[in-house]
Design a protein around this ligand. Structure first.
Ligand code: ATP
Ligand code: MG
Length: 160
Protein backbone atom coordinates (compact mmCIF):
# COMPACT_ATOMS: atom_id res chain seq x y z
CA UNK A 1 0.00 0.00 0.00
CA UNK A 2 1.19 3.47 -0.86
CA UNK A 3 -0.07 6.88 0.10
CA UNK A 4 0.08 9.91 -2.14
CA UNK A 5 -0.88 13.55 -2.01
CA UNK A 6 -3.50 14.67 -4.52
CA UNK A 7 -4.46 18.28 -5.13
CA UNK A 8 -7.39 19.46 -7.20
CA UNK A 9 -6.43 22.89 -8.48
CA UNK A 10 -8.50 26.08 -7.90
CA UNK A 11 -10.49 26.10 -11.16
CA UNK A 12 -11.70 22.54 -10.49
CA UNK A 13 -13.18 23.63 -7.17
CA UNK A 14 -15.25 26.22 -8.99
CA UNK A 15 -16.72 23.53 -11.25
CA UNK A 16 -19.11 21.48 -9.14
CA UNK A 17 -19.70 18.93 -11.88
CA UNK A 18 -15.97 18.32 -12.35
CA UNK A 19 -15.39 18.15 -8.62
CA UNK A 20 -18.13 15.56 -8.11
CA UNK A 21 -16.94 13.45 -11.03
CA UNK A 22 -13.36 13.45 -9.73
CA UNK A 23 -14.47 12.66 -6.18
CA UNK A 24 -16.44 9.68 -7.48
CA UNK A 25 -13.40 8.49 -9.42
CA UNK A 26 -11.27 8.83 -6.30
CA UNK A 27 -13.83 7.01 -4.17
CA UNK A 28 -13.83 4.10 -6.62
CA UNK A 29 -10.07 3.77 -6.67
CA UNK A 30 -8.63 4.81 -3.31
CA UNK A 31 -9.10 4.82 0.38
CA UNK A 32 -9.25 8.49 1.37
CA UNK A 33 -7.23 9.01 4.55
CA UNK A 34 -7.70 12.79 4.70
CA UNK A 35 -9.51 15.38 2.59
CA UNK A 36 -9.92 19.11 3.00
CA UNK A 37 -10.40 22.35 1.16
CA UNK A 38 -7.30 24.46 1.67
CA UNK A 39 -6.18 27.95 0.72
CA UNK A 40 -2.51 27.57 -0.11
CA UNK A 41 -0.53 30.73 0.60
CA UNK A 42 1.99 31.99 -1.96
CA UNK A 43 4.82 31.11 0.43
CA UNK A 44 3.52 27.58 0.93
CA UNK A 45 3.00 27.18 -2.80
CA UNK A 46 6.62 28.25 -3.43
CA UNK A 47 7.84 25.72 -0.87
CA UNK A 48 5.64 23.04 -2.36
CA UNK A 49 6.99 23.64 -5.89
CA UNK A 50 10.59 24.41 -4.82
CA UNK A 51 11.95 21.89 -7.35
CA UNK A 52 10.66 24.17 -10.13
CA UNK A 53 12.18 27.39 -8.77
CA UNK A 54 13.85 29.32 -11.60
CA UNK A 55 11.71 27.76 -14.36
CA UNK A 56 9.70 30.15 -16.54
CA UNK A 57 6.37 28.90 -15.19
CA UNK A 58 7.28 28.98 -11.48
CA UNK A 59 5.71 32.35 -10.64
CA UNK A 60 2.67 31.68 -12.81
CA UNK A 61 2.13 28.29 -11.20
CA UNK A 62 2.64 29.37 -7.58
CA UNK A 63 0.38 32.41 -8.09
CA UNK A 64 -2.34 30.27 -9.65
CA UNK A 65 -2.20 27.79 -6.77
CA UNK A 66 -2.69 30.74 -4.42
CA UNK A 67 -5.57 32.21 -6.47
CA UNK A 68 -8.31 30.28 -4.67
CA UNK A 69 -8.84 27.21 -2.53
CA UNK A 70 -7.61 23.79 -3.62
CA UNK A 71 -9.01 20.44 -2.58
CA UNK A 72 -6.31 18.31 -0.97
CA UNK A 73 -6.43 14.59 -0.29
CA UNK A 74 -4.22 11.88 1.12
CA UNK A 75 -5.01 8.78 -0.93
CA UNK A 76 -4.07 5.21 -0.32
CA UNK A 77 -4.03 2.24 -2.69
CA UNK A 78 -1.74 -0.46 -4.03
CA UNK A 79 0.81 1.38 -6.17
CA UNK A 80 -1.22 4.47 -5.28
CA UNK A 81 1.33 6.99 -6.54
CA UNK A 82 1.36 5.63 -10.04
CA UNK A 83 -2.36 4.89 -9.96
CA UNK A 84 -3.25 8.52 -9.24
CA UNK A 85 -0.75 9.82 -11.81
CA UNK A 86 -2.28 7.51 -14.38
CA UNK A 87 -5.77 8.83 -13.63
CA UNK A 88 -4.45 12.42 -13.89
CA UNK A 89 -2.94 11.88 -17.34
CA UNK A 90 -0.05 13.74 -18.99
CA UNK A 91 1.18 17.03 -17.46
CA UNK A 92 0.62 18.96 -20.66
CA UNK A 93 -3.06 19.43 -21.37
CA UNK A 94 -2.78 19.47 -25.18
CA UNK A 95 -1.14 16.06 -24.93
CA UNK A 96 -3.68 14.83 -22.37
CA UNK A 97 -6.60 15.90 -24.56
CA UNK A 98 -5.07 14.24 -27.58
CA UNK A 99 -3.68 11.00 -26.14
CA UNK A 100 -5.73 10.44 -22.95
CA UNK A 101 -8.98 12.34 -23.35
CA UNK A 102 -10.63 10.39 -20.51
CA UNK A 103 -7.95 11.35 -17.98
CA UNK A 104 -8.66 14.08 -15.42
CA UNK A 105 -6.33 16.50 -17.20
CA UNK A 106 -7.78 15.49 -20.55
CA UNK A 107 -11.27 16.32 -19.36
CA UNK A 108 -10.74 19.24 -16.97
CA UNK A 109 -7.34 20.75 -17.78
CA UNK A 110 -7.38 24.28 -19.19
CA UNK A 111 -3.67 24.93 -19.76
CA UNK A 112 -0.29 23.60 -18.70
CA UNK A 113 -0.52 25.66 -15.50
CA UNK A 114 -4.22 25.03 -14.91
CA UNK A 115 -3.94 21.32 -15.57
CA UNK A 116 -6.58 20.38 -13.00
CA UNK A 117 -4.61 18.32 -10.50
CA UNK A 118 -1.36 17.39 -8.83
CA UNK A 119 0.02 14.06 -7.68
CA UNK A 120 3.20 13.16 -5.84
CA UNK A 121 5.85 11.58 -8.06
CA UNK A 122 7.57 9.33 -5.47
CA UNK A 123 7.21 8.06 -1.91
CA UNK A 124 9.67 10.68 -0.68
CA UNK A 125 7.75 13.46 -2.49
CA UNK A 126 4.49 12.18 -1.03
CA UNK A 127 5.82 12.42 2.52
CA UNK A 128 7.32 15.87 1.90
CA UNK A 129 4.15 17.21 0.26
CA UNK A 130 1.84 15.74 2.91
CA UNK A 131 3.91 17.42 5.64
CA UNK A 132 3.42 20.77 3.83
CA UNK A 133 -0.30 20.50 3.06
CA UNK A 134 -1.38 18.39 6.05
CA UNK A 135 1.10 19.45 8.77
CA UNK A 136 -1.33 18.10 11.36
CA UNK A 137 -1.33 14.63 9.81
CA UNK A 138 0.29 12.14 12.15
CA UNK A 139 3.09 10.52 10.21
CA UNK A 140 3.61 7.87 12.87
CA UNK A 141 0.14 6.63 11.98
CA UNK A 142 1.35 6.54 8.43
CA UNK A 143 2.63 3.00 8.62
CA UNK A 144 1.69 2.08 5.03
CA UNK A 145 4.47 4.16 3.48
CA UNK A 146 6.99 3.43 6.18
CA UNK A 147 6.41 -0.25 6.78
CA UNK A 148 4.16 -1.45 3.99
CA UNK A 149 1.12 -1.86 6.21
CA UNK A 150 -2.46 -0.79 5.77
CA UNK A 151 -3.64 2.19 7.76
CA UNK A 152 -6.31 1.48 10.37
CA UNK A 153 -9.88 1.76 9.13
CA UNK A 154 -10.61 4.54 11.62
CA UNK A 155 -8.31 6.77 9.62
CA UNK A 156 -10.59 6.72 6.62
CA UNK A 157 -12.31 9.98 5.78
CA UNK A 158 -15.65 10.41 4.04
CA UNK A 159 -15.60 12.62 0.98
CA UNK A 160 -18.03 15.49 1.45
P1 ATP B 1 2.38 17.68 -10.75
O1 ATP B 1 3.72 17.85 -10.07
O2 ATP B 1 1.51 18.93 -10.71
O3 ATP B 1 1.63 16.46 -10.32
P2 ATP B 1 3.77 16.65 -12.98
O4 ATP B 1 4.60 15.90 -12.00
O5 ATP B 1 3.09 15.88 -14.07
O6 ATP B 1 2.64 17.46 -12.30
P3 ATP B 1 5.84 18.65 -13.06
O7 ATP B 1 6.91 18.61 -14.08
O8 ATP B 1 6.19 18.24 -11.67
O9 ATP B 1 4.62 17.82 -13.63
O10 ATP B 1 5.26 20.11 -13.05
C1 ATP B 1 4.55 20.61 -11.93
C2 ATP B 1 3.47 21.53 -12.42
O11 ATP B 1 4.09 22.64 -13.07
C3 ATP B 1 2.56 20.93 -13.48
O12 ATP B 1 1.44 20.26 -12.94
C4 ATP B 1 2.13 22.13 -14.28
O13 ATP B 1 1.02 22.78 -13.68
C5 ATP B 1 3.32 23.05 -14.18
N1 ATP B 1 4.12 22.96 -15.39
C6 ATP B 1 5.01 22.00 -15.72
N2 ATP B 1 5.56 22.22 -16.91
C7 ATP B 1 5.00 23.37 -17.37
C8 ATP B 1 5.13 24.15 -18.56
N3 ATP B 1 5.96 23.79 -19.52
N4 ATP B 1 4.38 25.26 -18.67
C9 ATP B 1 3.53 25.66 -17.70
N5 ATP B 1 3.36 24.96 -16.54
C10 ATP B 1 4.08 23.84 -16.38
MG1 MG C 1 5.53 16.85 -10.29
Amino acid sequence: MEITLALLKPHVLRNTYALNQIKALIGNNFKVLEAKEVQITKELSERFYAEHKGKFFYHRLTSFMNSGPCYALILQADAGIQKWRQLMGPTKVFQAVYTEPQSIRGMYGLSDTRNACHGSDSKASALREISIIFPEYKMEKDTPQAEGQVAPQSQQTKLK
